[in-house]
Design a protein around this ligand. Structure first.
Ligand code: PMP
Length: 391
């Protein structure tokens, strides 16, 4: 069904050893050897601090750290000086919510992850909520009707972590810009699954996490247009973000350093760069085609059962949410675990969406580049066993 050789790929992931059927990649992706090895080297033989040392090891580490920034930026078609390392997508969105100078109304959608809802609330924005189409995509016709000149920001998921729905980002950008708002995309689930080019998308900010892209936890990125980052004040103060510190008044470094106070996540950044190299070498178009084919196969098999409710659009980027009639998703997840199949059961940090769907939780199977038909077959066997147990 695909051009990816998943047997070869699976062998590169120690976390998948033993034939484990890991279908929770949307929560966090397993790590390939290439990333693990890069991380071990950075924490071992190559380790030193960055940006300050006068000795060769530190200078080399600084080059490796900045090379990682280049790789991660290149993955989304962005210039490296516009890419800020953060702790993850959550921190990236918080950074914009707190420091964007023109806080007004923000238009979110009903399918957002809590990390693209709560920061705006906490930072004092007036929040409006765009509804969804019947098949679970952000309704851009509704967005068009809702947007006003009071909106200074639109913040949408590029790919939904629950439904896999893909946003028509260029249209969203056009609608936002028409009223003078900026568009922030939460790219957590998109960067591992789609070829992303921020210039083509037309967005103004793009947030994502390394750990969903086969890289380490504890690091992510915010891309922002240069002129917008320049206009944003520092967020956290400390070392590495100043131009000159004095009690009379401190001045700040230009972006991205302005937003990177303290010793950065050096090892994690290098692992993030290795992850970007890894997915670029396989190719995002191939990864996308592979996961889309798995989605079609799984949805068809679940639909054929007649006892499964499927959520979300037919065209989904690697994520399938469903309910087995009469069985709580947690019970399904527990039985599947006994079968060596890992899915996610819960609200997926998207409680407003659960309320909209009229369920407390869904079961979610999510694919990665290493997923294959064997994983789907194991899931279907587990569902069948669950049906026999629950009747
Ligand atoms: N947005 C989406 C769509 C996500 O799937 C996630 C992670 N589940 C996040 C944001 C938050 O990412 P992180 O926890 O890595 O900051």
């Amino acid at each position: 069904i695909s051009t990816l050789s998943t047997a070869d790929l699976k062998a590169q992931f120690p976390g998948l050893a033993g034939g484990w059927h890991y279908l929770d990649t949307a929560a966090t992706a397993q790590k390939p050897r290439a990333v693990i090895d890069a991380t071990v080297r950075a924490m071992g033989a190559d380790y030193a601090t960055v940006h300050r040392g006068v000795y060769a090891r530190s200078a080399d580490m600084t080059l490796a750290f900045e090379a990682a920034r280049e790789k991660v930026a290149a993955l989304i078609g962005a210039p490296a000086p516009e890419l800020v390392f953060t702790r993850g997508a959550t921190e990236a969105i918080n950074l914009v919510a707190y420091t964007f100078p023109n806080k007004g109304r923000v238009l979110l959608s009903l399918l957002e992850h809590h990390s693209n809802i709560v920061p705006w609330q906490l930072a004092g924005w007036q929040v409006d909520v765009c509804p969804l189409t019947a098949d679970g995509r952000i309704d851009l016709d509704a967005a068009e009707a809702m947007l006003t000149p009071e909106h200074t920001m639109v913040a949408f998921a590029h790919v939904s972590n629950v439904l896999g729905s893909v946003l028509d980002a260029p249209r969203a950008a056009q609608l936002a810009h028409r009223v003078g708002a900026k568009l922030l995309l939460d790219g957590c689930q998109a960067v591992p699954r789609l070829e992303v080019d921020v210039a083509k998308l037309g967005c103004d900010f793009y947030a994502f996490s390394s750990h969903k892209l086969y890289g380490p936890t504890g690091i992510g990125a915010l891309w922002g247009r240069g002129d917008l980052l320049d206009a944003m004040p520092p967020w956290q103060g400390g070392g590495a973000m100043i131009d000159r510190a004095s009690f009379a008044g401190t001045t700040y470094a230009p972006p991205p350093q302005r937003f990177e106070a303290g010793t950065p996540a050096i090892v994690e950044a290098i692992g993030f760069g290795a992850a970007a190299d890894f997915v670029r070498a396989i190719g995002l178009p191939a990864i996308h085609a592979h996961e889309a084919a798995l989605v079609r196969e799984l949805r068809a098999a679940l639909r054929a059962r007649n006892d499964v409710t499927l959520f979300g659009p037919e065209e989904s980027a690697g994520i399938v949410s469903f309910a087995l009639d009469g069985v709580h998703p947690h019970d399904l997840g527990t039985i599947l675990d006994e079968e060596g199949v890992a899915i996610r059961a819960g609200h997926h940090c998207a409680q407003p969406l659960m309320e909209h769907l009229g369920v407390p939780a869904t079961a979610r199977a999510s694919f990665g580049l290493y997923s294959d038909q064997g994983d789907i077959a194991a899931l279907l066997r587990g569902i069948e066993r669950t049906r026999r147990i629950f009747g």
